[in-house]
Design a protein around this ligand. Structure first.
Ligand code: SAM
Length: 267
């Protein structure tokens, strides 16, 4: 890869540390008849381990310059498919339709510039995944697995924690990549919750959460002044909070409860 012209604009920081690769690939609980999606295989540092561990591997790579490199790296395996396209533009459910699988995973060292769009796509398109193990910017990882009351806790934390149990696998030094990125990284594991809380309307929940965190320093009463504050207060009191509390203090379960109480009225 010495002559490869890495594109910063595509988030091309390739892994070179075998220890980190082993930690990533060792993190998911791989069950029978598995299909794994890797977004951005790059030169295949992770992919070569994925084809060994998973039954089937589907790779999405935006950069066609990597075709020969990937073909060569994976030449001894036949349990993979590479789609040279922008993951964000794909109909992924359609792409995986033809696969026979029982357990679906995403394992990737993500291109950081599209971390949130990728994760939101996975949620919104209801990809039936068991687990995601992803390398992302450390700062973003800290937001994803923050607990209520923590300053990193925010809108994205609540949305993701509704769907996933999130834990950190490890932090990763800048020296583990070529070229060396400017930011620190972490690997996180996002395991789909076995029993999702009943949610009447996801779109309503998403809007409520977004509005709740609109102004960081403001409380619920101010951020949700357009909503039925009486109902919200009634729900909050059950949990020992009220409308003078701040969104950062509230667990995702409380937002689900509020959303369910309110969405009836709006729909
Ligand atoms: N998996 C490799 C590794 O760990 O060495 C490369 C990871 S690198 C951080 C991110 C990869 O994602 C790059 O290969 C880049 O070309 C690819 N990429 C960037 N944007 C993409 C997109 N929208 N869809 C698919 N791949 C993308």
């Amino acid at each position: 890869m010495r002559d490869f012209d890495y594109k910063k604009s595509l988030g091309q920081n390739f892994l070179k540390d075998k220890n980190v690769i082993d930690k990533i690939v060792g993190a998911p609980d791989i069950k029978e008849n598995s299909l794994v999606i890797e977004i951005g295989p790059g030169a295949g540092a992770l992919s070569i381990e994925l084809v060994k561990k998973f039954d089937k591997v589907l790779l999405y790579e935006i950069d066609t310059r990597l075709k020969d490199i990937l073909d060569d790296k994976l030449k001894e395996y036949n349990n993979y498919e590479i789609l040279f396209d922008d993951f964000l533009n794909r109909d992924v459910l359609k792409d995986i339709e033809k696969y026979d699988y029982n357990n679906l995973y995403i394992v990737a060292n993500l291109p950081y510039y599209v971390t949130t769009p990728i994760i939101m796509k996975v949620i919104k398109e209801k990809l039936p995944i068991n687990e995601m193990v992803i390398m992302i910017q450390k700062e973003v990882a800290d937001r994803f697995n923050a607990t209520p009351g923590n300053k990193e806790y925010g809108q994205i934390t609540v949305l993701l924690q509704y769907f996933f149990e999130i834990s950190k696998v490890c932090n990763v030094s800048k020296n583990c990549f070529i070229p060396k990125p400017k930011v620190d990284s972490s690997v996180i594991r996002m395991k789909r919750r076995d029993n999702l809380l009943y949610l009447k309307a996801f779109n309503y929940f998403e809007k409520l959460v977004r509005d709740s965190f609109r102004f960081k320093r403001k409380n619920i009463k101010n951020n949700l002044s357009d909503y039925d504050l009486e109902i919200i207060n009634r729900v909050l009191l059950k949990y020992g909070f009220d409308i003078n509390s701040r969104s950062e203090e509230l667990s995702y379960e409380i937002f689900v409860d509020i959303s369910n109480e309110l969405s009836d009225k709006k729909m």
